[in-house]
Design a protein around this ligand. Structure first.
Ligand code: EPZ
Length: 419
């Protein structure tokens, strides 16, 4: 298993191009299953998760070509409506092939994704939405067996709480349903509007995406199209926090401050100098120690759970005490004991972590536990004194494109150690 060796204490200076959003790419890729024509996606990040979904799509009969960041997918004929355990268990987003397969082929057999390190993560809302659209759903031997022999129909679906995945899944399936589907209490993450843009480019009729009511008027068929994946807001936020922790000045290109939602204001409150630039963001921190700030993770536009771990790393060396409350996932503080190994003072009580800032962290061997937790360790290591060895970096390869290269060009001492 590869490791990353990082020697900390150097400020970051330079330009980092932000990649396309992983969490959008994975959903627009599933949209390719809805049409027998080709879908061309641009700004697709080269990540292990994208490769994994490609493998799954290929076994459904999708042909693909990937050149640079342009991915062409063609689902001319669906050769299998089954998504096997081995491919779904490794990545939950694979589960989103269920709706498109059902909408197009009238049936699908897709493995349940199971829990994961950050929480139980059930899919009950996904299944209820598909049932409301007329699908007959059975569970057997860990698989969801779904049927809609006469196609899906429109439905009014009010989600009891916000779910990104269930909103996206319902949108994908509803595009080919007979009649109109209205989703209430829909997620408002930027990736939802991005999926709607992609589906509309394919001839779907989705309106309201990005608001809490989304309306999808079903159409008989979708056609091919082209769509550019939006910038990765979590990668953007992670690099903002990296330069906040190390000091220096970074220009992040190909991204947009509005994607950060509440995180933008929180980071400004810490004393960071952030400026929107045409086609990007410029972030500076010179000298002064930054101030501690409290956060509560919330669905968009609230502070994203996917930046909570990175924010904790930043708060570890802030001036003052920070309270961090995680409300989305029940087990998303696994980075806390790893940060403590580097000298962070963190106490966790249920869903709240209290971080007492210290002047400096010290490098140590640490273990990456999930994707965003891994990035928090990288941020801590870049700012710490001495060497940190981050073990299990395969988590990072799932979600941060060309991480070492991007950081190295800005002066970071970070090397991959192959094993
Ligand atoms: C997406 O997960 C992202 N993943 C996550 O990013 C992100 O943390 C999350 O949204 C919240 O923003 C992808 O887009 C691939 P949810 P998703 O449905 O869709 C519960 C990363 O690091 N729930 O909004 O799975 C669920 O357990 C990942 O890139 C149900 O109870 O998140 C959670 O507590 C990690 N039943 C809450 O809702 C359901 O049917 C919100 O989950 C669905 C969800």
């Amino acid at each position: 298993m590869d490791k990353l060796a990082i020697i900390g204490g150097r400020p970051l200076y330079g330009v980092i191009p932000i990649s396309g959003a992983k969490n959008s790419a994975l959903k627009v890729m599933a949209a390719a299953l809805l049409t027998d024509e080709a879908l061309t996606l641009t700004n697709v990040p080269r990540l292990a998760d994208v490769d994994m979904l490609l493998r799954l799509l290929e076994q459904h009969g999708v042909t693909s070509s990937f050149e640079g960041s342009t991915l062409r997918l063609h689902a001319q004929t669906i050769i299998s409506t089954e998504a096997p355990y081995d491919l779904v268990r490794k990545m939950r987003a694979s589960f989103n092939v269920l709706g498109p397969l059902l909408a197009r082929e009238g049936k699908a057999r897709v493995s349940l994704p199971g829990g994961c390190a950050i929480g139980a993560r059930p899919v009950d809302l996904h299944l209820k939405a598909l049932e409301a659209m007329g699908a007959k759903i059975d569970l057997d031997e860990g698989y969801v067996i779904a049927e809609a022999a006469n196609g899906l129909h429109g439905a009014e679906i009010a989600f009891p709480f916000v779910s990104v995945g269930a909103t996206e899944h319902a949108m994908l399936a509803a595009t080919l349903a007979k009649g109109t589907t209205v989703l209430e209490n829909a997620a408002r993450e930027p990736e939802i509007a991005d999926l709607a843009d992609c589906l509309n480019a394919m001839g779907a009729k989705v309106s309201g995406a990005g608001h809490s009511t989304v309306t999808i008027e079903g159409v008989d068929r979708l056609h091919g199209g082209e769509h550019r994946v939006l910038p990765d807001r979590i990668e953007t936020g992670a690099y903002v926090m990296a330069v906040a922790a190390t000091g220096g000045e970074l220009t992040l290109t190909g991204t947009d401050a509005s994607l950060l939602g509440a995180a933008w204001g929180v980071l400004q409150e810490t004393g960071l100098d952030m400026e929107e630039r045409d086609g990007g963001i410029c972030v500076k921190r010179n000298g002064e120690r930054y101030k501690a700030s409290d956060i509560v993770t919330q669905p968009f536009p609230g502070f994203p759970t996917d930046l909570q771990a990175q924010f904790m790393a930043l708060m570890a060396t802030a001036d003052g005490v920070s309270k961090i409350k995680e409300t989305i996932f029940e087990n998303r503080f696994m980075h806390a004991p790893e940060l403590a190994r580097m000298g962070a003072k963190i106490s966790v009580d249920g869903q709240t972590a209290t971080v007492q800032g210290v002047p400096r962290l010290k490098g140590a061997p640490v273990m990456a536990t999930d994707l965003r937790a891994s990035m928090s360790l990288i941020i801590a290591a870049l700012a710490a004194e001495g060497q940190t060895m981050v073990n299990r970096v395969y988590h990072l390869d799932r979600g941060f494109e060309r991480l070492e290269e991007k950081l190295q060009t800005c002066g970071a001492l970070i090397e991959r150690v192959k094993e």
